[in-house]
Ligand binder design. Structure first.
Ligand SMILES: Nc1ncnc2c1ncn2[C@@H]1O[C@H](COP(=O)(O)OP(=O)(O)OP(=O)(O)O)[C@@H](O)[C@H]1O
Ligand SMILES: [Mg+2]
Length: 391
């Protein structure tokens, strides 16, 4: 090989100096660790990490690196590498490095210096010869500010979502009032029936007891409803269990039996036999069904012809589909989607909360709810919920 011409070696020297200057003033942590004696890469990760900590010493570090550790540059060179990895709780980086086969890129880690958390984005490459690790080169970037900005964004987004859910205190109060209406009406009717029996001197202890049982059941349901609404509005993860949607529907229909009878409404229950397992809060899904069926009953009230209410369920892959359809006048809104907004109502006695509550419930269950007018008239509400395996 011919010797490098003098002007070339000068150029190389200058380039080397520039490189040094660049590394020295870089805002990234830059360092190398020499392993002496070289570390065998065989054995378990734990053993290897331990050997690296024992034999590794800083060969080179830049100013940023030393500052990040709160140490003087000259104090670091030749020092055991544990000064970096242990002190900063960054042992995980070494483990990830070993697992990556000594070429680790874009690995995030959390460090702790003087009780302050900071985040690093690490890159490291090792020189391995004949199964022995000789040297390690690393750079790390402090991404704490970026992380903090991200978490602030997330926090703001969560707060916004929460505010959206709450809407306003008035909305929550209206929701509770709305949901209590049904059990309270049932309690009033039942209590009235007992009083009427007394007034008329009808002595039927069995019947009285049965009515009292109904009243007690409704009172405890009212209590549960308040609890559920509160959970829903404070954004707490609802306590969910595994349920068969068919059973929840049957229970809700039982509660609304007299409503359907009085309204002269013919109920059609359609189910294709598929399993309807959902992960759900039973009370909330029951509330949803009551709201949707009560809406259909209200819409059918004005109709002279045969009044039909169809509740159809089926499973499609990993989704359960529930359709509630009536043959009433259909949604009067130009875009039925607007009916889901709180306080939107066309009914004299309506509060406009029913569908808004339904949507909040379904979103808490990671599902969707939509409304439209069916092809042959009437309103159609479709609810889609994630299915679970089994019954
Ligand atoms: N099955 C339906 N058929 C026709 N219109 C409907 C039906 N369901 C809902 N709507 C329309 O959507 C509006 C909003 O319904 P929502 O349940 O939110 O409130 P509401 O029934 O008016 O009052 P409430 O708060 O007492 O439930 C209704 O006022 C009505 O205009
Ligand atoms: Mg309603």
């Amino acid at each position: 090989m011919s010797p490098t011409p003098p002007h070339k070696s000068l150029e190389l020297l200058r380039e080397k100096e520039m490189l040094h200057e660049f590394i020295r003033t870089s805002t990234e942590y830059i360092f190398s660790i020499d392993f002496s004696p070289p570390v065998s890469t065989r054995g378990s990760v734990d053993e290897l990490v331990e050997r690296m900590f024992r034999n590794g010493r800083f060969g080179f570090v830049n100013e940023r690196f030393a500052r990040g550790l709160g140490l003087a540059l000259e104090d670091l060179i030749g020092r055991p590498c544990t000064a970096y990895f242990k002190q900063q709780a960054n042992q995980e980086v070494i483990e990830a490095l070993v697992q990556s086969g000594f070429s680790l890129f874009d690995f995030e880690s959390v460090g702790l210096v003087d009780g302050e958390e900071f985040y690093l984005l690490n890159n490291m490459v090792g020189t391995v010869e004949n199964g022995y690790l000789l040297r390690l080169f690393g750079t790390a970037r402090d991404i704490t500010a970026q992380k903090q900005a991200d978490s602030e964004n997330i926090r703001q987004r969560e707060q916004l979502m929460h505010m959206n859910r709450i809407g306003s205190l008035g909305q929550m109060a209206s929701s509770v009032a709305h949901e209590l209406n049904q059990p309270l009406t049932a309690i009033r009717l039942n209590a009235g029936a007992v009083k009427m029996m007394q007034d008329k001197g009808i002595d039927d202890p069995g019947e009285t007891l049965a009515i009292m049982d109904d009243i007690l059941a409704d009172v405890s349901r009212a209590g549960e409803v308040i609890q559920q609404m509160r959970d829903l509005y404070i954004g707490r993860v609802h306590s969910a269990g595994r349920y068969d949607l068919g059973t929840i529907i049957a229970n809700a229909l039982r509660l609304l039996n007299s409503e359907l009878l009085v309204g002269n409404i013919r109920l059609v229950r359609e189910h294709d036999g598929s399993s309807l397992g959902i992960e759900a809060n039973e009370i909330q899904i029951q509330q949803l069904l009551i709201n949707l069926i009560m809406n259909a009953c209200a819409a059918l009230r004005s109709m002279d012809s045969v009044k039909n209410l169809t509740v159809r369920t089926r499973r499609e892959d990993s989704r359960i589909i529930l359709e509630i359809r009536d043959n009433g006048p259909g949604f009067p809104q130009e875009d039925p989607e607007t009916a889901f907004l709180p306080f939107v109502t066309t009914r004299e006695d309506g509060s406009g909360m029913g569908l808004s509550i339904c949507r909040t419930i379904i979103e808490a269950h990671h599902g969707t709810i939509g409304a439209r007018n069916a092809e042959h008239g009437g309103a159609l509400v479709t609810v889609v919920l994630p299915a679970i395996e089994g019954p």
